[in-house]
Each structure stands twice: as structure tokens, then as C-alpha cells.
Design a protein around this ligand. Sequence first.
Ligand SMILES: Cc1ncc(COP(=O)(O)O)c(C=O)c1O
Length: 482
Amino acid sequence: MNRLERTGETNKEKVESTRTKESMRIPDWKTLWEMDRNHFIHPYTDFSTFKEQGSQIISSAEGVYVIDAQGNRLLDGIAGLWCVNIGHGRREMVECIAGQAARMQYYNPFGHSGNEPAAMLSARLAELTPGSLNHVFYTTGGSTANDAATRLVHYYNNLRGKPQKKWVISRLGAYHGATYVAASLTGIHATKHGFDRIADDWITHVSAANMYRRPAGAEDLDEEEYCEFLVSEFRNRIEQLGADNVAAFIAEPIMGAGGVLVAPRGYHRKMWEVCRENDVLYIADEVVTGFGRLGAWFASEDIYGYVPDILVLAKGINSGYVPLGAAVFSEEIYEVISRPQCEGGLLTMGFTYSGHPIACAAALKNIEIIESEHLCARVRDVGSYFFEQALTLRDLPIVGDVRGSRFMVGIEYVKDKQSKTPFDPKARAAERVFEACRDQGLIVRPIGNQTVLSPPLIMSRGQVDRLFGVLRSGIEQTASAI
Ligand SMILES: Cc1ncc(COP(=O)(O)O)c(C=O)c1O
């Protein structure tokens, strides 16, 4: 049965009343469904089912809820896509965006031309970010920010007379995006089927820091020994490549799409120390963990005790109200890349929408809201409760592991808890949980054999209880059907 047949047309009238029609004539939901299915190539689509099932089209959103084109109200357990940190439909954001659009919607950012919100946001980010991270290069999302970060790292090494220093070490399981370079930095094999690879001569991957599934030889190590195992692997890789050839290490503080993997205690700090010893830059991809998700503005320094050389941001930077990404560079890197290469030489890199005024204005307002509503402190309180509630799911027969921190959680399903035998992908374990939850008014995210959760940071304890009530029932339903 496709989505059209399953849901029927009963909510049509309700939907008509919830739509904003002033600015755009929106067709009925069935026409929308067809337009979408026939013409929109969605990111990460399962074409074995898409052409039959199509999409669930979301029409409006408010707080921690979204409403689909048929009028179904759903609790958003994933904040859009790890991004709507301050919640949906905030009036202050709408007014700020509209105000900036009316005042000056766009102007050229190249060379010596700027705009007010971009200047103010850059100064604000320099204040908020740790250490000497004072210089911001803007893009339109996380992939382009990672792409820009690595491109500028190479440029930096060229300018400082180390042109052979090119290797970037990433990790298996990492997700860094979908541009050609960001996809190559990504270490999830399943994202690469059928696609060509680039940068095999300058991107390499070391093991994921996966406490639940360790690589061969590390199964029986305790946390400290496992940490040392991973750090040694990294040190050895640098040695094999030659420190003179290695430019950077890139890592998410907690691996997101790779399965919400939390590294052993001390890991990031030790990896950073190895970087320091070898003149290797540390790029922290905080696209997901930035702007409060773990209870701090940024996880790198506040939670893991290291200051990266480059901090990559997107998503929560303006809670997804307008596309925006940023790579924030240290004073030391800026000092080099801001030198003219030669007389008349330019930093020939940038986008039409670098520092887009509406996106930057939205980021400033978003930061103001995170601050005035003390959302980081709130995450340390309600987010910790959220994680405790997630841990209670461990008693269910197919739940092999629950991991994460605060408002970032992964739940891995297994056929057998003792042996950690994974479900065959054909069993669609996480997909079934997703469907069962959706039918009870909750959106969670299936990734492989896992459910991933990352709700808006404004979620209340009552809503947390409701979320886990529905999720428990969805997992139970799946366990008995699978
Ligand atoms: C850690 C991380 N980095 C980068 C990206 C890519 O960001 P975008 O999809 O905005 O290009 C993502 C997206 O989920 C991400 O989770």
C-alpha cells in the first residue's frame, strides 16, 4: 500500500485551514505527493520503495511538532535533521528573517564588500568559540564547510612552504557530507556504492571509536586500553604516511550519522596531542554537536578538553531556518592565509552566498535565543533526563546498545544480544520502528540497524516521556513482528 492509500483523504479540510496561502497557491496534498514523487530527487533515497510510497510532505511546524500535508501532527524526535535546536516556527526568527529581507536581502560578499549581519555574526562567533578561533569562512551547509576547511588547509600549507603536507586523516563511520570531498572524508561505506572515489591519494581513514563493536584485536580491552589502541593506530598512520605529508585530522566529537558513537574517555584530547606533536591540524566537525546539543555551545573544549584549529559549523548555527555553514579558523592559520600570495594575489575562494545576510541575521537571533533561554543549561538538565530515559530501553529484547549523550542518542538493534549479531538489512528493523512510531505520531530516524534521536533542545520532560512511551511501543511491535 502506498502512502496515498494508507492515509486516505479524511484530513483534507483540516489541512486546508492550517495552510498559509497568502504567498503561494499550494495544491491539495495528493497533487503535492505526486509532484514530489515525480520530480524531487531527495537526498539519500531508497528507490526500492520511493516510487511506490513517495514522501510524507510536511506542511507546517511549531515548537517540537510538525504537521504533514494531511494534517497529521507528529512529535519531532530528530529536530528536522539534527538542526532545529530552538524549535520550529519561532515568531522572533520569522520577524528577524523578514526584517532582514526587507532591509537588504543580498549583496555581493566578494573582496571588499560586506553586510551588517555577516560582520556581526563573525565577531559573535569569534567570542563564542574557544581559543584563537577568530576568523570565519561562510558556506551554505556542513558539506561545503568541510570542503572549504580542507581546501584552505592545503592552501595554508602551500603558503607556509609545506606543499607536500596534504593527507587528511578521517575515521571509518564518520559523516562529513556529500560534496565530492566531504563524501570522500566520510567513512561510511554504504554511502559510496556506485559512486566514484576521489582523493585516495590524500584522504585516509582510521578506525571509528566504537565502544560497542571493536575492531579485531581490541574486543577485550578496557576503556583506557581501547583508547590507547585507537591513539596508537592514529600515531602509526601518521608515521606510515610521514608527518611531513599529513595536513589534518578531522573528527566529530560524537559521531552522528555513523551511529552516535561516543569515544572512550580521553580519546579526543589524546588525538589532539598527537596532532600537536606532529604539526597536524585538528578539524572538529561540530555540525551536529555545536550550539547546545550536548549542553555546551561547542563540545570540543567544554566537554572534551581540546581546542581545534578549525571548527566546522552548520545546522544548529541558525536552527535550520536558512541554509548556512561556517568554518572557523585559528589566528595562526589566518595569519598565513591572509598573507597576499604575491603582488595582486587574491584568496580565490568563496561562494555567491558566503555570509548571506538573511542566514547570518537568523544565526544572530538563534544565538540570542539559545542564550536568553539558557538552552545549554536546559540540555544539561532535560537532555540528561532524555538520555536516562533512552537507557531504560535496554531491557527490550532487540535493543543491543543505547549510546550518546543528552539530546543525541543512538539505539542499535540486534538479533542476539549476547553475540551482538546484527539483523539482516532485509529485516528492516529500524525502518519498522520508524513506521510504527510515525503511525503513533512520532518521528525518529532510522539509520542502518539503528534509531537515532536528536530532538529540539526545547523539548519538555512531558514530551520526553511521550517520546519514549511511543518509541518503546514501536520497538516492542517490531520485536514481535520481526
Ligand atoms: C557531522 C556532519 N558533518 C557534515 C554534515 C553535512 O552537512 P550538510 O548536510 O549541511 O551539508 C552533516 C550532515 O548531517 C553532519 O552530520
